[in-house]
Write a protein that binds this ligand. Sequence first.
Ligand SMILES: Nc1ccn([C@@H]2O[C@H](COP(=O)(O)OP(=O)(O)OP(=O)(O)O)[C@@H](O)[C@H]2O)c(=O)n1
Ligand SMILES: C[C@](O)(CO)[C@H](O)COP(=O)(O)O
Length: 258
Amino acid sequence: MSDDPLPTPSPNPASDRTTARTAAVIPAAGRGVRLGPGAPKALRTLGGTPMLVHAVRAMADSRAVSLVVVVAPPDGAAEVKSLLDTHALPERTDVLVVPGGESRQESVKLGLDALPPGYDIVLVHDAARPLVPVDTVDAVIEAVRDGAPAVVPVLPLSDTVKQVEPAAAPGGPEPVVATPDRSLLRAVQTPQGFDRATLEHAHATVTGNVTDDAGMVEQLGTTVVAVPGHEEAFKVTRPLDLVLAEAVLARRRLNDGF
Ligand SMILES: Nc1ccn([C@@H]2O[C@H](COP(=O)(O)OP(=O)(O)OP(=O)(O)O)[C@@H](O)[C@H]2O)c(=O)n1
Ligand SMILES: C[C@](O)(CO)[C@H](O)COP(=O)(O)O
C-alpha cells in the first residue's frame, strides 16, 4: 500500500443506499493470453455473440443497473462502441465505452474515472464472466443497499487446497507447506459491489498488484462481506472454459425454447 494521502471516507450511510442508483463497470481490456491466440477475449463469441455483449446484458438484466461503463482494449474503444450499437440492450440502460489500461486494476480505475455523478453503488464485473445470472447480480446489489461497503459473490471450494513453496528450478516439484482448512476458503467471482466512495478511495490509495477490487478495499481495513455466488458465473480463462460456456448457453436456449 502507498502512504495514504487521503483520509478514508465514511461509506455513504446505508439509509441513502436503499435508493441509490447503480452503475456497473465492466473491465474488458484484457488480451486473453491463457485462452490462446485470437481476438481480445471479450470480443470472442459465445453462441455467435461476443462475450462482452453477454456480460453487458447480464448487468443490464438487473432492473437496478441504469448505466454500464465498458472498459475496452486501449486501441479498440471505437470498435467496441460500434459493436455494442449493433446489439440490442434494454432501453433503460445507458452504455459508455472508455479505453482501458495495462492491468485489470488500471482498467477498472479508468472506468471509475468515467462514472458521472449520481451513481452511489458501483458493480465491477469481468467481461470474462459472461453468464452470471441476474439473481446473483441482484443479491450483490441488495447486500450493498443493506449497508455493506463491499460485497463479493463466492463459492465453496470443491478441491483440497495446498500451500506450496516455489520450486527449486522452474517446472520442478514444489514443496507443500500447508493444507488450509478448506471450509473457511471461498473462490471469488464478480460482480463485486461497492459503495462508490469506498471503491474510489481504494483505487486512489492502494498500489501493487491486487487481483480483485475487494482485495484493495480489504487493504484499507474496510469490511468486505461474501454472498453466495453461482457456478454459471465462472470466468472464461482457458480453452476448456469456452467449451463449458457454450454448453451452458445451449442449455439455457433450449430451456427458453429458442
Ligand atoms: N489490462 C486488462 C486486463 C484484464 N482486464 C479484464 O479483467 C477481466 C479479468 O481478467 P482475465 O480473465 O485475467 O482476462 P485477461 O487479462 O484477458 O486474461 P489473460 O491473463 O489470460 O490474458 C477480463 O474481463 C479482462 O478483459 C482489463 O480490463 N484490462
Ligand atoms: C476479479 C476476479 O475475477 C475474481 O476472481 C479475478 O481475481 C481476476 O483475476 P485474473 O487473474 O485477472 O483472471
